[in-house]
Design a protein around this ligand. Structure first.
Ligand SMILES: *Cc1c(COP(=O)(O)O)cnc(C)c1O
Length: 355
């Protein structure tokens, strides 16, 4: 896949760069942004000319629908730099496709490919010094769209703003993650917006996650809203379970986000001759496996952390600690996947795209 550079764009460069003020060794995730951002407005049915301009706050009308009805979607992707200083994206076509699926579900306009992909390429060409080599370094890419149309009438807006902002990131380490299996709260429901990367899915998680934090758990494993018997996602990540030497993960559905890390891990595991079973995984099965010693690993999968091992989980009144194991699938698959992303290992899948 080749990304075409967008020619029809206005570019106003910042007069000075902030890059020398940034301590790249001590970044907290998602707090530092590069010098420029991309903006493209949608007005009365037409996408306007995109512009790249200095990163800065902007004004919107207080009645804009994003504030009142939460019409907001986003994506999360990363740019990596290899040893030859080339910058690479990982399966960006998948983010683009998913973004427009989210847009459709939220009654927002689809963003044209030349704006999303071509605009991102232009932006990354300008900000390439912000992509650092090695050591889990990357540039986190946050494309998003908000409804900017005025008026508190509860109807979709006719004015939208698509933007891309960029944030340098270190490898993501969240400490030991213990999770609580949800018995009451839900992240998503059938017929809802769980399969869209919609802002509202995240705000809905904050309160139950806060309660879990107070009990000493970092994340929640979400279960299906109807019966709370099926294991679905871990926090804002897809989730895998290793029972004996088989990896299990739920099929994507209206309630489960179609994660790019998830599907890449499935393909990678199959290539490594690891048995992968994509089917609903029951809470009862997990408890049984934990009790009889066949549960070896649980891990979350998503762009920010790639793979995040979980050390224990709680269900009702019981806490189950996972065993320390010699050959972890999580660590092995993480290394193999990041080696592809950083161009250290050959990309036999054709997942990496050069900027
Ligand atoms: C973004 C996201 C993921 C992970 O998707 P990736 O494409 O792997 O980054 C998983 N679950 C939810 C709810 C998400 O929002």
């Amino acid at each position: 896949m080749d990304i075409k550079t967008l020619e029809n764009i206005d570019i106003n460069l910042a007069s000075i760069s902030k890059i020398n003020e940034v301590d790249f060794e001590n970044l907290t995730f998602g707090n530092t942004f590069t010098d420029h951002m991309l903006i493209c407005d949608y007005e009365n049915g037409v996408w306007q000319k995109p512009v790249i301009q200095p990163y800065a706050p902007f004004t919107i009308d207080p009645s804009a629908k994003v504030f009142h009805y939460g019409q907001a979607i986003f994506e999360g992707m990363k740019a990596y730099k290899d040893e030859r200083d080339d910058v690479w994206l990982f399966r960006p076509d998948q983010n683009f496709e998913r973004f427009n699926k989210s847009a459709t579900r939220m009654a927002m306009p689809e963003v044209p490919e030349d704006v999303f992909m071509g605009g991102l390429k232009r932006l990354l060409e300008i900000e390439k010094n912000w992509v650092k080599k090695g050591n889990g370094n990357s540039l986190y890419i946050r494309p998003f769209m908000i409804a900017t149309g005025k008026g508190v009438v509860a109807a979709p807006a006719v004015f939208y703003r698509f933007m891309i902002i960029l944030s340098p990131a270190k490898s993501y380490y969240s400490g030991e993650v213990k999770v609580l299996i949800a018995e009451h709260f839900s992240r998503a429901a059938n017929g809802g917006i769980g399969a869209a990367k919609a802002a509202g899915n995240y705000s809905a998680q904050f309160y139950p996650t806060k309660l879990a934090n107070e009990k000493g758990y970092q994340q929640i494993i979400w279960t299906d809203d109807a019966t709370h018997t099926k294991l679905e996602e871990a926090g804002t990540m897809n989730v895998f379970f290793r029972i004996n030497d088989t990896l299990y993960t739920a099929p994507t559905s209206e309630r489960i986000l179609d994660g790019i890390t998830r599907k890449s891990i499935i393909e990678l595991a199959k290539r490594e001759n690891i048995n992968v079973d994509v089917r609903p995984v029951l809470v009862d099965e997990l408890i049984d496996a934990a009790k009889n010693g066949t549960l070896k690993e649980i891990f979350g999968a998503g762009t920010a952390a790639v793979i995040n091992p979980i050390v224990g989980f709680s269900y009702k009144e019981d806490y189950f600690e996972l065993p320390k194991i010699e050959k972890s699938f999580a660590l092995d698959l993480k290394e193999k996947l990041t080696n592809i992303q950083y161009k250290v290992a050959e990309d036999t899948f054709g997942w990496t795209v050069k900027i």
